[in-house]
Design a protein around this ligand. Structure first.
Ligand code: FE
Length: 135
């Protein structure tokens, strides 16, 4: 059994900053090269900013040059959901937190080995926990 997190829009609005709400709950995107974790290189774990679930680790973070934090894999494939996204006249694959359903970013197939994937994630969707990356 997974402990899913479900909240009403009003509850999310109370907990999140307006920018977090716009990205996480309304599928917004932060402007490229503006996010606090784009160039962040410290060791640690990145959690969902909405529910706290660990999602990505510094071990799979790399510099993609895209302007958003990029990872070639999540800490556990079960912690993220993916969904076809046909907005903005493109077909992309949306990445969501599996626990609370919040929008995190998109995943593309132009990433580095060993997965070939690029998880392109909004900084504002993440909270960073420095330290040991073992979960
Ligand atoms: Fe979450």
């Amino acid at each position: 059994m997974k402990d899913k997190v479900e909240k009403t829009p009003a509850e999310w609005r109370e907990e999140l900053t307006p920018e977090q709400y716009r990205v996480l709950r309304e599928k917004g995107t932060e402007r490229a090269f503006t996010g606090e974790y784009n160039d962040h290189e410290e060791e640690g774990v990145y959690r969902c900013a909405a529910c706290g679930q660990p999602l990505f680790s510094s071990e799979t973070k790399y510099h993609s040059g895209s302007g958003w934090p990029s990872f070639y894999a999540p800490v556990d494939p079960d912690k993220v959901d993916t969904k076809r996204d046909r907005s903005l006249f493109m077909t992309r694959t949306e990445v969501l937190c599996d626990r609370c359903g919040s929008h995190l970013g998109h995943v593309f197939d132009d990433g580095p080995e060993p997965t070939g994937l690029r998880y392109c994630i909004n900084s504002v969707a993440l909270d960073f926990d420095p330290g040991d990356v073992k979960l």
